[in-house]
Design a protein around this ligand. Structure first.
Ligand code: ARG
Length: 562
């Protein structure tokens, strides 16, 4: 509304900018003085006229748009009275303008690749990986809502020298039964043991390098063991994705590019971008204030960056992406800056469409979480703990709801996701059970609870007689306030996509939940008057849709009862 009034005035006062006019608009201290007031004192000098007279002139010029019930002058002020019913109607028009409110076709025909989650084989899926998984999944939902085709890529960390180490460790200290029984945990233990032993006996490192080199050359025996480790790991990862309701379109990880890294070295050589440095092949980047990008090690083996270079070319050729996003911790900022720069130096102007999307750390309420040795925290344990804690809360609060276990899962997982997505990505996430599972706090469960409340209202009252909404009956603050929040949804989604920031959607869902609860408290929904009841029930239906839909963009489901 403020924008509209600003536009109205700006058309008559070309001497002032829109911003200046918006800055001058006041909200009067009393309702009878209107919803907005525009003081004309400042204009007196400009027009060499008394401010009262200017207010009168403006009144004649601005006309009478339908969303205003009245414009009046009081002294040097122009007072605007909003026609609330018209305003409500305008808000509802926005809601009705698309079949699936919030969706758009802006991304139609365009593809976005999102590289996220991407855990490392034979390593635990830690809470840092939870963040990339949750953020990446939400970006997938957000871009899909805008009509983009999204390719969800899990760039598994399944290649590299560490597998040479693991192979040697397994041959020297491991056994089949232990790996079969303990899975990733055993592989991690072997890896730790390798490092302990290698400190005493450096030749182990040489053996590990040789083992990886043999993998790169396709030694079937080495590859069979590696393949087995990979299967074991993937099984554990899939279990986690399953709990979270997350899927991928591609699991082409680092090993997928092992036969494509040679091509990268060749192209870089042909383009004269490679130089030799201490036996390794590197692309110097000092001109761009970065250390050189290593492409091949002394023994010719590829590294993380080589495989990422190959992945960019492959993805461009395969998906012809509009953008390719990489969701990882901020400690990989330099790595991606180097890779993107090398892609650019190779002459690919689409390098500018490669975007690194970093995020902050996860901390437990007391101290940082480490994923190395000792106190390792497995994401799966955390997810299960959340589900169990939620089950206990439900048992206490509402033990008679159907599908209790499923509800505990949806709410427990939702709480973790919401907590992760409620602030800017780059901010650290603090893990505090009491906070994130508080059903009355700024939490996922609170928004889900609000949705369940809306569902319960509809169950009790039943389907409304029609979908008619009488806007004359929605002029109170609570109703109008709720509609105002809802109307922002499309803009919020667009901005979240532009900034790669799901927290905007999370905040929005919270705002709608607050506004809905105010409406619920102040406006009796099951009221005696049939027209008023139908109108209100239809507003509940709209709010319910928006609550569910916005949470779904965060990857969060909504139970009907909780
Ligand atoms: N596996 C890496 C890690 O766990 C993340 C991979 C990110 N994606 C990529 N294309 N480099 O840190």
């Amino acid at each position: 509304m403020k924008n509209k009034i600003t536009d109205l005035l700006a058309a008559q006062i070309p001497e002032l900018s829109r911003e200046e006019i918006a800055g001058m608009l006041e909200i009067p201290p009393r309702q009878d003085m209107g919803d907005y007031a525009f003081p004309c004192f400042k204009l007196a000098k400009l027009y060499r006229k008394a401010p009262q007279a200017i207010a009168g002139d403006l009144l004649d010029k601005v006309g009478h748009p339908s969303y205003l019930s009245e414009i009046r002058t009081v002294g040097a002020y122009l007072n605007f009275y909003i026609d609330k019913a018209q305003y409500a109607a305008a808000l509802l028009d926005t809601y009705r303008s698309v079949p699936e409110f919030g969706s758009s076709e802006i991304g139609k025909g365009k593809t976005i690749c999102i590289d996220y989650s991407s855990p490392n084989v034979a390593k635990n899926f830690h809470i840092g990986h939870l963040r990339t998984t949750i953020i990446g999944n939400s970006l997938y939902k957000i871009f899909s809502k805008l009509g983009y085709k999204v390719v969800r890529i899990n760039h598994l960390g399944d290649w590299g020298t560490q597998f040479g180490k693991l192979l040697v460790a397994y041959q020297k200290f491991g056994n089949k039964e232990a790996v079969e029984e303990k899975g990733i945990q055993e592989l991690m233990d072997l890896y730790v043991q390798f490092h302990e032993e290698a400190e005493k006996d450096d030749s182990l490192n040489d053996q590990a390098r040789a083992a990886f080199a043999s993998m790169e050359q396709g030694d079937p025996e080495a590859l069979a063991v590696w393949e087995w480790f990979k299967d074991i790991s993937l099984k554990e990862f899939l279990r986690i994705y399953d709990i979270m309701g997350i899927e991928f379109d591609s699991f082409a990880g680092e090993s997928f590019y092992r036969d494509k890294t040679g091509g990268i070295v060749q192209t870089l050589t042909e383009k004269g971008l490679l130089v030799e440095s201490q036996g390794a092949l590197v692309v110097p980047l000092d001109e761009y204030d970065m250390p050189p990008c290593i492409v091949a090690k002394k023994d010719g083996s590829s590294i993380y960056a080589t495989r990422d270079l190959a992945a960019v070319l492959y993805r461009k050729a395969t998906y012809d992406f509009e953008k390719c996003l990489y969701v990882t911790g901020q400690e990989q900022k330099l790595h991606f800056a180097q890779v993107f720069k090398v892609i650019e130096l190779m002459g690919n102007d689409y390098a500018q469409n490669l975007v690194h999307i970093p995020y902050g750390l996860v901390r437990l309420k007391d101290g940082k979480i480490s994923s190395r040795k000792g106190n390792v925290i497995f994401a799966e344990d955390l997810l299960n703990e959340s589900i169990n804690k939620t089950a206990a809360i439900i048992e206490e609060k509402n033990p008679n709801i159907p599908d209790k276990e499923k509800v505990a899962r949806i709410v427990g997982i939702g709480a973790i996701m919401f907590n992760d997505l409620y602030n800017q990505r780059i901010k650290d996430v603090v893990f505090d059970w009491d906070k994130l599972l508080n059903f009355d706090g700024e939490t996922g469960p609170y928004v889900q609870y609000t949705y369940a409340r809306a569902s319960s209202v509809l169950r009790k009252i039943g389907e409304p007689a029609s979908d008619a909404i009488n806007c004359q009956l929605l002029t109170d603050d609570a109703s109008l306030g709720l509609l105002k929040e809802i109307e922002r949804y499309p803009q919020v989604i667009q901005e979240a996509a532009d900034r790669y920031e799901p927290f905007l959607v999370a905040r929005f869902s919270m705002d709608v939940a607050h506004a809905f609860n105010k409406f619920y408290q102040e406006c009796q929904i099951n009221c005696p008057d049939p027209e008023l009841r139908t109108t209100r029930v239809n507003v509940v239906k709209i709010a319910r849709y928006v609550l569910k839909d916005s949470l779904s963009l965060l990857g969060i489901d909504c139970p009907e009862q909780m």
